[in-house]
Design a protein around this ligand. Structure first.
Ligand SMILES: [Zn+2]
Length: 464
């Protein structure tokens, strides 16, 4: 059983998808007016952990992530540089997909772009006008909050502040200020616009997500994610628009990740503590260490970014890499090792159970590191046998389907006759038959295998 904290109910709930075995997931994507920053990637990495875990658990996942390529910020940016909206956003869209690749975020099934879904938005806005949830004022269309009594359920915002008929046009507004919000903004001098049935203009940000999520996932779907700063007004407005239009529940589970701060402070360009992924890569940090750092704090806790924290993440990940290297390159005695196999299986189920409890990553990683410690002590005592090592390695790769921290190219195992030869050589050395040991070593070298005798035992390496 999987349980998640649902922002809507404010409680941990058992997860039950609408359709058995299948999860429909929507995650708010980037607004492509600039390079995404570390706070954005914290949310995307959390969503990737969620998705990988659902897949690992055996679900089929249909994932949609939108690209907001028209809103106040993209229009402002394009105008400042004298570019068309498309030419301006193209660079940031490409950069985003490059970051998705280097951080090993599983690609979504659909990446709908707002500018390519204007008819879907117009259809919804028209419907909202017909049903009386929206009204036209000076050529723009607004959602009337007074008509939607359920407003505020997600963010628990106080609706007493609502002054009927007070409108706001901006895509983002101050917390606590509850206004009718723009669904459609009348065409303005110097702004891109579309000629449509509801007049010339462009969509507000919130309607983009309502239209694109339901277009691909249906009027009601399972999980909607974002950062906590999306809860109000963005997600609250998405619920109002979608439920008013379709007359049914929009989303069953809302999962939100907490903020990322830097050195204990809010990240901001003026404080000089603002980092994009590119900034860190330029300082020669490995993107997978950054992934580990972003992943390893529970998503509902504030994450404090520091360079020391990133160094610790690097060291922790290196322990996992070293462990797998040992399992793959240490020459071990042949034979069955039921104890180590059992330990491996237990560790895997502990890892899985921890994640099933609202993605408890800290406890899941503790399960992995306890496992590493126990297998390492068997290695140190020379009690780990080949089947035990094989199982242990399989389990780490199994866990890595969720974590995605290991090198993608796996080294294949050595053929049994080579393993046997390495063992024979060790036996010869133990018996002080150095002539035989040296001859076997030379033979192996001719077959492309170099041996290294270390304090901990013998390691092998392939040469090209
Ligand atoms: Zn959104």
């Amino acid at each position: 059983m999987i349980r998640f904290f649902n922002t809507l109910s404010g409680k941990i709930e058992e997860f039950q998808p609408i359709k058995e075995g299948e999860v429909r997931l929507y995650t708010c994507g980037p607004t492509v007016y600039d390079y995404a920053h570390l706070g954005n990637y914290r949310a995307y990495v959390f969503e990737d952990l969620l998705k990988r875990f659902l897949l690992f658990y055996g679900y089929k996942v249909i994932h949609v992530m939108n690209i907001t390529d028209v809103d106040d910020k993209t229009i402002r940016g394009a105008n400042e540089q004298g570019l068309s909206l498309n030419d301006y956003t193209k660079k940031y869209i490409e950069a985003f997909f490059e970051d998705v690749r280097v951080l090993r975020l599983l690609p979504a099934d659909y990446y709908p772009r707002a500018t390519e879904h204007i008819p879907d938005m117009v259809r919804m806005i028209k419907g909202l006008l017909e049903k009386g949830y929206a009204y036209v004022k000076d050529g723009s269309v607004y959602f009337s909050l007074a008509k939607f009594p359920n407003y505020g359920r997600l963010s628990k915002i106080n609706l007493e502040d609502l002054k009927a008929g007070v409108r706001i046009e901006a895509d983002e507004y101050e917390k606590e200020s509850v206004h009718d919000f723009a669904l459609w903004k009348k065409a303005k001098e110097g702004e891109p616009y579309w000629e449509t049935e509801i007049g010339p203009g462009r969509p507000g940000w919130h309607i983009e997500c309502s239209a694109m999520s339901t277009r691909y996932l249906g009027p009601t779907f399972d999980i909607h994610c974002g950062g906590i700063d999306n809860i109000f007004p963005h997600h609250e407005n998405e619920i109002a628009q979608s439920e008013a239009f379709y007359g049914q529940k929009f989303v069953n589970y809302w999962l939100h990740c907490h903020h990322l701060i830097v050195d204990g402070q809010k990240m901001s360009k003026s404080k000089g503590n603002f980092y994009t992924l590119r900034d860190l890569l330029a300082r020669k940090y490995d993107p997978i260490d950054i992934r580990y750092f972003l992943l390893s704090t529970h998503y509902r806790k504030m994450l404090n970014f520091t360079f020391e924290g990133l160094e610790q993440a690097r060291a922790s990940r290196q322990r996992i890499l070293d462990f797998v290297y040992e399992l793959e390159h240490r020459s071990l005695p042949a034979g069955d090792d039921p104890e180590a196999e059992k330990l491996s299986e237990n560790s895997l189920s502990r890892f899985k159970n921890e994640l099933a409890e609202d993605l408890n990553i800290s406890s899941a990683l503790a399960a992995l590191f306890d496992f590493i410690r126990e297998i390492n002590s068997r290695l140190a005592q020379d009690s780990l046998k080949q089947t035990g090592a094989k199982k242990a390695r399989e389990v780490v790769y199994e866990m890595d389907k969720v974590l995605a921290l290991l090198p993608e190219k796996k080294e294949e195992n050595l053929p049994p006759e080579i393993m046997e030869k390495i063992e024979l050589r060790q036996k010869a050395r133990k018996e002080k038959n150095f002539a035989l040991a040296d001859r076997l070593r030379e033979e192996l070298a001719q077959q492309g295998i170099v041996l290294e005798d270390t304090k901990e035992g013998v390691r092998w390496k392939k040469i090209k």
